[in-house]
Design a protein around this ligand. Sequence first.
Ligand code: ADP
Length: 184
Amino acid sequence: MKEEVFFNEGKTRLQIVMGDITGQDTEAIVNAANKRLAPGGGVAGAIHRAAGPELWEECKKLGGCETGEAKISGGYRLKAKYVIHTVGPVYNNTPQNARDLENCYLNSLNLAKKHGIRSVSFPAISTGIFGYPLEEAADISLRTVIKFMQDNDLPETVRFVLFGKKDYEVFIKSLQKITAAWDS
Ligand code: ADP
């Protein structure tokens, strides 16, 4: 179950898959973190469990992270060499929410690029505990990533990893809507 779209004359590609982000073989995976970069619940808890206690030890030294910003650490026991931690907005239906969500993707991608990272996996940031409506978040997330990939050579592969069938289908639908608008 995989959808791929090619951009930038085939140099970059976007993938949408259903699965668990902790098992991805991309060079980096992105953590939908909290401001302390602490283990906690949701995807952050799963990443810290899979990476092992060394991840939290390193995170303690990173000085936290503000909403929309991103920090990088090692991946320890993960297949991924790096974890990029970004803090999504807590949804309260204000225009700032969309800007913050966009910044999560942009700052994570810029950090990946700066480190020469060629492939990165993202979860659907803010759509769990932080309550961002999935359809809206999917549109913003995909548009932001696609624009970045059209303008940059790195990372070459960006993979969205959705945790369930419903989330996967929402992302596929959103992507179809975006690409259909190109053709018209
Ligand atoms: P946030 O606080 O940013 O909302 P959450 O961790 O609560 O972060 O959820 C973000 C998204 O990640 C949700 O869509 C959730 O279903 C999903 N998720 C949770 N665990 C995993 C996992 N192991 N792999 C991929 N996605 C996951």
